[in-house]
Design a binder for this molecule. Sequence first.
Ligand SMILES: Nc1ncnc2c1ncn2[C@@H]1O[C@H](COP(=O)(O)OP(=O)(O)OP(=O)(O)O)[C@@H](O)[C@H]1O
Ligand SMILES: [Mg+2]
Length: 217
Amino acid sequence: MYELINVSKSYGKNQIFTNLNFTIESKKFTGIFGESGSGKTTLVSILGMLDQKYTGNYIFNGINITQLGDRELSTLRKEKIGFLFQESYLINEITVFDNLLLNVLDKENKQLIKRIRELMDKFAISDFLYRRVSTLSGGEKQRVALVRALLMNPELIIADEPTGNLDKTNSEIILSYLKSLCLENKTVIVVSHDEKVLKYCDIQYNLIKNGKLERCL
Ligand SMILES: Nc1ncnc2c1ncn2[C@@H]1O[C@H](COP(=O)(O)OP(=O)(O)OP(=O)(O)O)[C@@H](O)[C@H]1O
Ligand SMILES: [Mg+2]
């Protein structure tokens, strides 16, 4: 369970959340919808430990992360959370394989390489491992980004508009892969404007302009 308790967040005078209490249930696919500017990215940045500039508490599976130092927090984030964004943020000029190992110190780590191969296989892109990213389609790049998000076997996957740049077929592929992760006991949060996401949700929230989250499923 991932719980925000009395969280308040503002950017200068722009108050986004005031005493927000919000819980993400484990092992479920939670969709968060809402108008542009309502604070969806702000919310998942807090949930993803990317933003610590707020008041209140965040209890991450029993750990109060608001009490952790920067180093502990960044270790926890790397181990426990995988991110997927609208852009894949891969480096075009190098291969898929080199992209996936970019932030890895031990590039010969056999277990990690095995995991890369398994995930590439799972997402039906194993043929692309040694291709330059620039030669991949948008949908293929997003699947590589999903492999990267899952490399460290995170328990929580946060996807902010993951289908924003994709056509219908590729959106459905990414969403069904994300959904399949819940069957592997992972927790998935998807932020979206995309109606195609609705049918994958176990739980659904609408974020309304004043920073209130309404549960609709
Ligand atoms: N770093 C920042 N500094 C100042 N204001 C910000 C910052 N990030 C976001 N905001 C403001 O906070 C509000 C919420 O932004 P946020 O990005 O969370 O919205 P969103 O729901 O994700 O929108 P979209 O659907 O367009 O991505 C907006 O009014 C935005 O202008
Ligand atoms: Mg956003």
